[in-house]
Structures are given as C-alpha cells and as structure tokens.
Ligand binder design. Structure first.
Ligand SMILES: C[S@@+](CC[C@H](N)C(=O)[O-])C[C@H]1O[C@@H](n2cnc3c(N)ncnc32)[C@H](O)[C@@H]1O
Length: 257
C-alpha cells in the first residue's frame, strides 16, 4: 500500500472522512502540495503532525474540502430555477421543502431563500443546508460576505437583504432564520427525505464515479415525486434514467417514477 493510501486509511479512522471516494489524482495533488508547503516530505510524517496539532488538522480539512462559493453562482442557471422550475414547484405545493447539500459558506441556501422570499412567505418554506465541514458551517451561520461573493446578486435583493459594514456585508436575519444549518457527510450519513428541491452543486465533481452513483441514488430517494435535483454547471448526469430522473433543463433533473 502506498504512503498516500495508508494516510487515507488513518484519516478515515480519525475523522470519518473517506478520501478514497474522492478522485485520487486531484485529491492527492492538492494534499501533496499542502503537505510540501507545510514542510513534510511524506504522508506518514504529515499524519503524525496532524494528529498532534489541531491547527494543522483544521487547515488540512479546509484544503481537502474546497469551500469556494458565491451567491447566484452561474447566474443563468439560477434564472432557470427562478423562472422555469420554481413556478411549477410552487403550483404543486406552496410549502416547499428544500435541501442545499454541500452548502459551504451559505451563499447557496441564502440565494434560495432570497429568491423564494419574492414569491412566498419564508415561514412556509423549510430550507436545510448541510456540509461536511463544521468550520464552514459556523461561517455560514454568521452570514458575513465580501463584495466579491455578492457580485451576481440582483441589485434590489442586495439592497433589501444585506447590511454593509466597511467592506463586509451581513445577510438579513429574516433570510438567516429561514435556513437550518446542519453537519452532513454525503458519503456516509443517512439522507433526509421528502424534498421538493435538492440543490447540490460543485462537490460531486470531486467524487469517484462509484461514489457519485450511490449519491445520485440517495438523492433520487430523498426527492418527492416530481421533485427537482439541481446540479453544478460541470456536473451533468450521464445516465439520468437510471436514477428515475428526467432532464427538465440543463443541470435540472426531475424525479419521475
Ligand atoms: C466548492 S464547495 C461548493 C459550495 C456550493 N454548493 C457552491 O456550488 O457554490 C464544496 C463543498 O463541499 C463540501 N464537501 C466536501 N466533501 C463533502 C462530503 N463528503 N459531504 C458533504 N459536503 C462535502 C465542502 O466542505 C465544501 O464546502
């Protein structure tokens, strides 16, 4: 077994995170570069340092999870959500149940809440936002962002829902209170169910094909009939039928049994 494989096993035992379900070439490249930067020449010595140094471990978890996000990321897709998908979902059910999976800093679930606030009372919707990374969830709950994360937010929503303080923007409490943040590992935790809409973007690309297959099956089961699954802009599903999905628009799949 290689140094990296032994490292993967030890990390799994220690943190529950299974690195072997992430594409190995990419993950190994990213972690090798971090390890080298920290001054370790092999994964064994890096692991020993990680278990005895909390900061180093946090930095490792940070790097391996890749937390980049922004509001209305790939805005043309969010326009499709708003103008084509949501009206249909709302016709069937005004009390939507939504899951933003792998939500990172919260930009995505807050985008959903701001968008919905224009059409329904937020007290009537439930938005669950999950991520594997505790630290990022803490940041998400605070809801503080730089201008850059907000560049695609429609001006009237930016005006209405953000308070500017120096160079930072804080999201409104009304939007915050519409979201429940929770820790969830897509690769190992049980999935909640009965969602009208699941948004899971820009994380599936990091997983192996095998892991993705299992995740698609679980998301399909987690949706109500006619529920919609919204994926990232490089994450088209190769064989949607296999998961009872029908393509409703590029990157949007509807569950049809
Ligand atoms: C690039 S961000 C995507 C954020 C947001 N969905 C977006 O599209 O802007 C990827 C997120 O996936 C999370 N993640 C990585 N592995 C995960 C796993 N096994 N289960 C749940 N979340 C995971 C990371 O912590 C990170 O916050």
């Amino acid at each position: 077994m290689s140094d990296y494989q032994i490292f993967s096993q030890s990390i799994k035992k220690k943190t529950g995170i299974d690195l072997t379900l992430y594409k190995e070439v990419q993950m190994k490249r990213r972690l090798t570069s971090l390890r080298d930067k920290k001054g370790f020449s092999d994964f064994n010595s890096y692991y020993q340092a990680l278990v005895s140094n909390k900061e180093l471990m946090e930095e490792f978890l940070d790097k391996m999870t890749i937390n980049v996000s922004e509001f209305y990321r790939n805005s043309s897709r969010w326009n499709i959500l708003e103008n084509k998908i949501l009206p249909d979902l709302l016709k069937k059910n005004r009390k939507l149940k939504i899951w933003s999976a792998a939500c990172s800093t919260g930009d995505e679930p807050y985008t959903i809440a701001m968008m919905l606030s224009q059409y329904v009372d937020l007290d009537d919707v439930s938005i669950l936002a999950t991520d594997i990374d505790d630290k990022i969830l803490e940041r998400a709950k605070k809801g503080i962002y730089t201008e850059r994360a907000l560049k695609e937010v429609p001006p009237k929503l930016k005006e209405k829902f953000f308070k500017k303080d120096g160079s930072l923007y804080t999201i409104d409490d009304k939007i915050k209170s519409a979201i429940t943040f929770k820790k969830h590992n897509l690769l190992s935790d049980p999935y909640p169910s009965n969602f009208d809409l699941i948004v899971c973007r820009n994380v599936l690309i990091y997983f192996t094909e095998e892991a993705k297959t299992t995740i698609y099956e679980k998301f399909s089961r987690a949706l109500v009939e006619q529920g919609v699954f919204f994926v990232g802009s490089t994450e088209q599903i190769f064989n949607p039928n296999k998961y009872d999905f029908k393509v409703v628009d590029t990157f949007f799949y509807q569950k049809n049994i």
